[in-house]
Every structure is written in structure tokens, then in C-alpha cells.
Design a protein around this ligand. Structure first.
Ligand SMILES: Nc1ncnc2c1ncn2[C@@H]1O[C@H](COP(=O)(O)OP(=O)(O)OP(=O)(O)O)[C@@H](O)[C@H]1O
Ligand SMILES: [Mg+2]
Length: 370
């Protein structure tokens, strides 16, 4: 039996849980998994592997055939289902909003059920609307009058309304386009930074799992736990062929997202300041503004203007935030027209440059030393 165990406080615990439906389908094969307090744990796996079944056993929408699910140390079978669910926020695909209630009343639903006055619940709902990045004027609309991404945000706000310590999120972002999805993921990470909930998140998208999860549990058909690990470990050491093929291509490159760059030393780069006169040179030069922020590159042979303007520049590549993941440094180098990735400080001012070769050399030094 695969086990994903954690030391310390656990909020959700699946203990040897098995689920066989009435028609004989085994959706979850004896599985143990614990979700530590204040973390985002992601269940990821192909369609039909038992993710939703597992999640619904937490709030007693589905009962296990054997084994137990504990929330805060208590077997959920000992809890009143309605009361249990009010302490667990639940967000699903397509948001699952009530179509005949306004956005504000959708968000206020659980607090009102919990006995709050309508007025207090609506005030809190308005606050949450802002928190999930939606403008106040959406409050009076009905769900059908919102975009898919906005509906998902309302779904998240509704789940947060009763301030539950636990959030279950079942493919909440899978129905929106990739750009909106990325925005929603960033928003969730930002919210989680503030709120520190215990989140069990389900997805079939490994990139989403790796981005959001502090712990990622990979499931395969029949609810088998194939591997449970931190994202970095999952990419570096997939447990078997199934996980290897599931984490997919580019895993070596993608893993750089989890590799820090603290010992990457930017080199000085010749710079020119916008708005000043510049002589030609045979080198690439980084154009900066008066605050030292990069604005683009001046190609070899260019310059000699009375005043350097943006018109003379070649657009720059991505920027690498100092001490950020190494993937950013490599990407900065690969995307810069000069082949030199610009490293910036927290204010966005240039600290110098690195080449792809230097990033790779650093990786090689670390590998040799380990
Ligand atoms: N009520 C049910 N009765 C019988 N079989 C069911 C029932 N609900 C789900 N199943 C089966 O159990 C298995 C797991 O289903 P589940 O919904 O948990 O998968 P999932 O991982 O959430 O899939 P998806 O990614 O498509 O949402 C599937 O084979 C499904 O057909
Ligand atoms: Mg599902």
C-alpha cells in the first residue's frame, strides 16, 4: 500500500481508504494520505483515477467502503454532515454557483446558513469579492452574466466566506482558457500566502499540480497512489514509468523552477542611459532608464545619436529576479537578443548579466559537488 505520510499536525487523513461503487468499480484502492496543516496538497492523475471520489469522502458526500477519513483527528463518520461541510470550503469546476442568486448572495450563502444576519454576510461577501480580485460592480449580477474566470473567482470567494480552515478544490480552473487559468492560479497562491488554509486541490494537469502543490500525490487508475512527493522530487526522481510519462517531457528543464540561484553571480555589462548621447561600439549594450531599469538592448555598431531613444533599441528578453528560480536565469539568457540574461533586484534595476553557459556551468559545479 502506498503511503504519503507527514510528520506534525495533519488536518485531513485518509487511513487505508477504499471505495468500491455499487456496480463493482473500484474507484480507490486502499490508500493512505495525509494533508498537513496550512499546506496545498494536490491530487493529480488521469480521468477516472478516483480523485473526485477521494475528495468527496472528506466532506461525506461519499462514504468509504472501508478505512477512515479523519478531519482534525476526528473520523468524519462521527460528524454531522451538514456541520462538517460548513467547516470545509468546496470549489468545483464551472464554479457550481446558484444561477438565480446574485454574485453577492452566492458568496453570502454559507454565512447566512450559519446564522449571520443578511447584512453582515453581505458586507463580508463584498470584502471577499475584492479579495479575489473582482470589481464591486459585479456584486449585483447573476452568474450567467460573468465570464468563466470571474465565475471561478466567485466560487473561490464563496468557499472562503465562512472562513473554513479547510478548502477542497476539485478541478476549479480547468474550464477556463490557459491565460485566465494562470491568473487564477497566481491569485490562489497569493490568497494562500495571506490566509494559510489547508487545501486539497484536484487536477489532471501536471503543470498546475507542480505550480500549486507543496506536496503532489500522483494517482493512477483504480485510485492507486503512484507517488507522493514535493514537486521538485517528482520531476527529479519519478518513482516509476507511469509517473515518468505523466510528468512528461521537459522535466529536466521544468525542474529548474525549483532550483535556487543564490550563488549565481551577475557580471557587469556595458550600459547606456536613455536620453543621453551614445557613441557607437562593437558590443551589445544594455539600455537603462534613469533608475537603472533595463529597457532593451543597443546592438553593436549602433549609437551616435544626440539623444538615445527607445526607437534605437532591440527589445529585451525576460528578466531574472535576483535569487529567483534558476529557470528564470536560463530563460532570461535564452530570450535576450544579446545572449545575456539581465538580473534585476527587487526594485527592477539591473544588477548585471549572465549567459546560458554560466547557468549551465553553475549546475555542473553543483552536480559535481553533490
Ligand atoms: N456513483 C458512481 N457509481 C459507479 N461508478 C462511479 C461512480 N462515481 C464514479 N465512478 C467511477 O469511479 C471511478 C473514479 O471516478 P472519479 O470521479 O473519482 O474520477 P476522477 O479521477 O475524479 O476523474 P475526472 O478527472 O474525470 O474527474 C471512475 O471509473 C468512475 O467511472
Ligand atoms: Mg473528478
Amino acid at each position: 500500500m502506498a503511503v504519503c505520510d507527514e510528520k506534525g499536525a495533519r488536518v485531513i487523513e485518509f487511513q487505508a481508504v477504499r471505495k468500491q461503487y455499487g456496480n463493482g468499480t473500484v474507484a480507490v484502492e486502499e490508500l493512505s494520505l495525509s494533508v498537513p496543516v496550512g499546506t496545498v496538497t494536490v491530487l493529480v492523475g488521469p480521468s477516472g483515477c478516483g480523485k473526485t471520489t477521494l475528495m468527496r469522502m472528506v466532506n461525506r458526500m461519499i462514504e468509504p467502503s472501508s478505512g477512515s477519513v479523519l478531519v482534525d483527528g476526528t473520523d468524519v463518520r462521527q460528524r454531522d454532515p451538514a456541520q462538517l461541510r460548513r467547516g470545509i470550503g468546496y470549489v468545483i469546476q464551472q464554479a457550481g454557483l446558484f444561477p438565480h442568486r446574485t454574485v453577492l448572495d452566492n458568496i453570502a450563502t454559507v454565512p447566512i446558513l450559519d446564522g449571520q444576519t443578511r447584512r453582515a454576510a453581505r458586507a463580508r461577501a463584498a470584502e471577499l469579492l475584492d479579495r479575489v480580485g473582482l470589481p464591486a460592480e459585479l456584486a449585483k449580477r447573476y452568474p450567467a452574466q460573468l465570464s468563466g474566470g470571474q465565475q471561478q473567482r466567485v466560487g473561490v470567494a464563496r468557499a472562503l466566506a465562512a472562513d473554513p480552515p479547510v478548502l477542497l478544490m476539485d478541478e476549479p480552473f480547468s474550464a477556463v482558457d490557459p491565460v485566465v487559468r494562470e491568473g487564477l492560479q497566481d491569485e490562489l497562491l497569493r490568497l494562500q500566502d495571506e490566509l494559510d488554509k489547508t487545501v486539497l486541490f484536484v487536477t489532471h494537469d501536471i503543470d498546475e499540480a507542480i505550480k500549486l502543490g507543496e506536496k503532489v500525490a500522483v494517482l493512477r487508475q483504480g485510485g492507486h497512489l503512484a507517488q507522493c512527493a514535493e514537486p521538485d522530487e517528482l520531476l527529479a526522481e519519478p518513482a516509476d514509468d507511469f509517473v515518468t510519462s505523466f510528468v512528461g517531457r521537459d522535466r529536466g528543464y521544468r525542474r529548474l523552477s525549483f532550483v535556487d540561484s543564490h550563488d549565481l553571480k551577475p557580471r557587469p555589462v556595458p550600459t547606456v542611459e536613455l536620453g543621453t548621447a551614445v557613441d557607437p561600439s562593437d558590443q551589445w549594450r544594455l539600455a537603462v532608464d534613469t533608475e537603472g531599469k533595463p529597457r532593451g538592448w543597443l546592438a553593436p555598431g549602433h549609437g551616435a545619436e544626440a539623444v538615445l531613444s527607445e526607437k534605437s533599441l532591440v527589445a529585451g528578453g525576460s528578466l531574472h529576479q535576483q535569487d529567483g528560480p534558476l529557470r528564470g536565469a536560463l530563460d532570461a539568457a535564452l530570450s535576450a537578443p544579446s545572449g545575456q540574461g539581465v538580473v534585476v533586484d527587487s526594485e527592477g534595476a539591473s544588477l548585471g548579466v549572465v549567459t546560458a553557459e554560466e547557468v549551465l556551468a553553475l549546475l555542473e559545479r553543483r552536480r559535481a559537488a553533490s
